[in-house]
Design a protein around this ligand. Structure first.
Ligand code: C2E
Ligand code: CA
Ligand code: CA
Length: 765
């Protein structure tokens, strides 16, 4: 049995009593036996019994006294301990820096308050003791307080955060801890109240700010500098609405993503720069909403530093300024554009011209100013009425807009006067080309008021820098030139510079002559033989165009083919060449010549003609020529413009049975890729390389490798412009297949070519 169980069963007084009864019983039993042994004398026995009784009483009394003394000592000890703990509690209560009080659970009256409560709440002790706990609560919350009191008395809630009112009316938040006790015989509650007003205020403020950020109509984004890539870690609802992106699509990304494709825009560069340099910045940035529509935002980004001054975050406040921007753009457009045609106005035109001149000075290119004035517009306007006159101007503006490239400007200066600036012109011939395009565009009838109108314009052209390097003078000079065009009867153009006019004049005359040349039969074909480098025999020829001008004599193709190309005359001329070459080849066969392959040069424009295939097929049918003896020569530059379309056309021509050769090989792109992708039969090595083979080792290497490439692809290698025996030897050494050049023969008129071919003369070495 354990000691504790023993002591709980027999408390000390019971133990003492039990011991006493046991000792007394033993004493009576043994003392009587002892007495009986000592004597039989009754008298003596009685006396000794009396002594024995006395001794017993004395011992008992002594024991009792001892016990009493011990109990008293214990009592005294207990009393001082109680005193000490009461002291401790009192100190804890009185000197506690936190307000404490005791209140009656029944009446809720304060029973005791400490100094801290008095000083914190501002009530004196006596005022406190005259109040109940209800009196320090704000009126509205008393019910809740009572509820709490009830809860406390049920022992389920011992506190919480409550509002109290101090004597000066100030409300404070206190965190209550309470403890039930008996105080002066009454059921009471001991309360420790710690003031948490400051903490609550911080929390409340944080909450308020949070709510303010959420409720703000401005977009707010927070980026963290602590994570790599400065991700956005917060975005408010306003920004979600503004951008169309959900928060989840924005969080984790860098602010720069807002710029979409246009990450180089200045505003965004400023913002991103500020993030990296750690300073504040403001900018207007063009973003894209999630649906792709433009969103202009006014950005202001500012760094947020932590306690030790390092930047931990950046807060960006953004404002949707799309409407304002649109309005500004609209205003700007109105200020810079002509309301009737939507074209640039004089303002914007002057501005663009200035800009173009800055660029042109750097690039060394030319700028052309074309001043257009419609001929007889006043008459048209008066007869049609102004409304229709306006409609006509609108249509003219639209047509002019289609004649220029994106860097050029078309403006309406007022009335029927238009101006075009061609920025970045490489050479003056390009100006003539645009001028021609403009004239052609205006020459097509316009439909106004259900009437078809034919209009013309007088165009004056000045060129920067040769006619002036100042904008105003350029316009004035263009105006002078325009006046000359008017003087010449309108419907034409004049350059300010005389020599330009002369050149234009010549070109125009040549164009007119060329148109006539076809009709008058001034064109003819010469044929240059192609010789096999093994047998030395003629295997074919190249048809080369010649123009026998009645006054100017023979004109070289380089002089008129570019003009024919530009004017589109090359198409009918090209058809004539093809037809003539096929007819000729047919007649050679009829005369019993061996089947010679005749090569015809195609121009770029011809090659792009959608009906090229039909034309070739029809020509072959009409001339009854076998397609295998027709070869078409193309250049790489025709192919690279639109490789897919070119490949399709070439495949179709090959299916017809026509041979294809790549002309001037080596001067263009000479990409092996092209060679593989395009179905050709022969490579014609450009004469510039052949000229070099005997003198220049680099040139020889090029020719050698071109021939090797041709052979590795199963193509025929043709050397053009072979003039010397050295070249011939070199080419033979490289196993070149075919030779064409003055060494064997110049291009010959048809009759002479037939004579040569029938003579059977071989190339000798
Ligand atoms: P191309 O197709 O490279 O024609 C070869 C040119 O080299 C021809 O000049 C020819 O006369 C010249 N030639 C031939 N052998 C020699 C030689 O040994 N030495 C030198 N120095 N030259 C030689 P051509 O006939 O003046 O033709 C020039 C260009 O005009 C041709 O160059 C071709 O691109 C174009 N062309 C000629 N006829 C036509 C045609 O009917 N239609 C098209 N679209 N272009 C043509
Ligand atoms: Ca050629
Ligand atoms: Ca050539």
């Amino acid at each position: 049995m354990s000691t504790s169980l023993w002591s709980s069963f027999f408390p000390p007084p019971v133990r003492i009593a039990l011991a006493y009864v046991l000792i007394a019983g033993l004493w009576i039993y043994f003392s009587d036996r002892l007495l009986l042994q000592l004597t039989n004398n009754q008298h003596q026995l009685a006396r000794m019994a009396t002594y024995k009784g006395l001794l017993f009483v004395l011992v008992t009394a002594g024991g009792l006294l001892l016990l009493l003394k011990k109990a008293l000592a214990r009592e005294r000890q207990a009393g001082s301990a109680w005193h000490r703990s009461e002291e401790t509690y009192r100190t804890l209560f009185e000197d506690n820096p936190q307000p404490m009080w005791v209140y009656d659970r029944e009446s809720l009256a304060f029973l005791a308050v400490n100094d801290a409560a008095v000083s914190h709440y501002g009530y004196s002790r006596s005022e406190f003791l005259a109040m109940t706990v209800k009196d320090i609560r704000p009126a509205g919350e008393v019910a809740a307080q009572l509820e709490n009191v009830a809860a406390v008395s049920r022992g389920i809630d011992k506190g919480g955060v409550w509002s109290h009112r101090k004597k000066d009316g100030c409300l404070i938040s206190v965190d209550i801890t309470s403890h039930t006790l008996v105080f002066n015989g009454r059921d009471a509650e001991l309360v420790l109240a710690s003031d948490v007003t400051a903490t609550c205020q911080i929390e409340a403020q944080l909450q308020l700010r949070n709510r303010a950020m959420e409720a703000s109509s401005n977009g707010i984004l927070i980026s963290s500098t602590r994570a790599s890539g400065m991700p956005i870690i917060y975005v408010n609802q306003a920004f979600e609405r503004m951008s169309g992106y959900a928060a989840a699509e924005i969080l984790g990304r860098h602010l720069a993503f807002l710029g979409g494709d246009d990450s180089a825009q200045k505003g965004l560069v400023d913002i991103v720069g500020a993030l990296h340099l750690g300073h504040a910045a403001e900018a207007v940035v063009r973003c894209a909403r999630k649906d792709g529509s433009p969103l202009w935002i006014e950005f202001s980004v500012a760094p947020v530093r932590d306690a030790d001054g390092t930047i931990s975050h950046f807060v960006s406040a953004v404002n949707d300024v799309t409407e304002r921007k649109n309005y500004e753009e609209q205003l700007e457009h109105q200020a810079n554009h002509d309301a009737l045609t939507g074209l640039a106005n004089r303002n914007l035109f002057a501005d663009r011209l200035r800009q173009s001149m800055i660029y042109a000075r750097r690039s060394g290119r030319l700028i052309a100013v074309l001043l257009l004035d419609l001929d007889r517009f006043k008459v048209i306007n008066d007869s049609l009425g102004h409304r229709h006159g306006d409609e006509l101007l609108r249509q003219v503006g639209e047509r002019l807009g289609h004649c220029v490239r994106s860097g050029d400007t078309v403006a309406r200066l007022g009335g029927d006067e238009f101006v075009i600036t061609l920025a970045e012109v490489a050479e003056s011939d390009d100006i003539a080309q645009v001028t021609r395009k403009v004239t052609e565009a205006l020459a097509m009838p316009l439909l106004v008021a259900e009437r078809s109108l034919q209009i013309t314009a007088s165009i004056g052209i000045s060129i920067f820098p040769q006619d002036s390097d100042d904008g105003e003078t350029l316009i004035r000079n263009a105006d002078i030139a325009m006046y000359q065009a008017k003087q010449a009867g309108g419907g034409t153009f004049r350059f300010f510079a005389r020599e330009m006019n002369q050149r234009m004049q010549e070109t125009m005359e040549m164009e007119a002559d060329l148109r006539r040349a076809l009709v008058r039969g001034e064109l003819e074909l010469h044929y240059q033989p192609k010789v096999d480098l093994v047998s030395g025999a003629v295997t074919g020829c190249e048809a080369l165009l010649r123009w026998k001008h009645p006054e100017r004599g023979m004109i070289a193709p380089q002089l008129f083919i570019p003009l024919a190309e530009e004017t589109g005359l090359i198409v009918p001329i090209g058809q004539w060449v093809l037809r003539t070459a096929c007819l000729e080849a047919r007649s050679w066969q009829d005369r019993g010549l061996p089947p010679l392959v005749v090569a015809v040069n195609l121009s770029a424009r011809q090659f792009r003609q959608p009906d090229l295939l039909a034309t070739v097929m029809q020509t072959l049918l009409e001339t009854e020529l076998s397609p295998h003896v027709l070869e078409l020569e193309l250049t790489e530059s025709m192919i690279v413009d639109n490789p897919e379309a070119a490949a399709t056309t070439m495949h179709k021509l090959r299916i017809l049975g026509v041979r294809l050769a790549l002309d001037d090989f080596g001067t263009g792109y000479s990409s092996l890729n092209y060679l593989r992708r395009f179905p050709v039969d022969a490579l014609k090595i450009d004469q510039s390389f052949i000229a070099d083979v005997a003198t220049d080792r680099g040139g020889a290497a090029v020719v050698n490798s071109v021939i090797a490439i041709a052979h590795s692809l199963g193509l025929e290698a043709v050397a053009e412009g072979v003039e010397t025996v050295e070249q011939l030897y070199f080419l033979r050494g490289c196993h070149c297949n075919t030779l064409q050049g003055y060494l064997y023969s110049k291009p010959l008129p048809a009759g002479e070519f037939v004579a040569l071919a029938t003579s059977g003369r071989r190339l000798e070495w």
